[in-house]
Write a protein that binds this ligand. Structure first.
Ligand code: FES
Length: 102
């Protein structure tokens, strides 16, 4: 595993989220609670882009059926999803957000 650059820090302002294609994977980057976080971008219920949903603090809501996930742990907070969302380590290097993908 190695950290790979995903975007510039200014691409994701505080309180925002954005989806990036990284080595064939859809990765969601969040600027939440004063830090950058990253998870898989696609809901674990069906195929929906979580970055088109809503971000409240460190909770993201799916735009399709409303499942809610804790982006710090990937834990499902509200069904209909029941499978944990993959969470990836993030670091900031020289103004770039880097994510460690498995
Ligand atoms: S696709 Fe996300 S809750 Fe159904």
């Amino acid at each position: 595993m190695a950290f790979v650059p995903v975007c510039a820090a200014e691409d994701v302002p505080p309180g925002a989220m954005a989806r990036f294609d990284v080595a064939g994977r859809q990765v969601a980057v969040y600027h939440a609670d004063g830090a950058f976080r990253a998870t898989a971008a696609i809901c674990t219920h069906e195929h929906a882009d979580l970055t088109e949903g809503e971000l409240e603090g460190t909770v993201v809501s799916c735009p399709l059926h409303g499942a809610r996930f804790d982006i710090l742990t990937g834990r499902v907070l509200t069904p209909p999803a029941f499978k944990r969302l993959p969470v990836f380590p993030v670091r900031l290097r020289d103004g770039r957000v880097e994510v460690d993908l498995p």
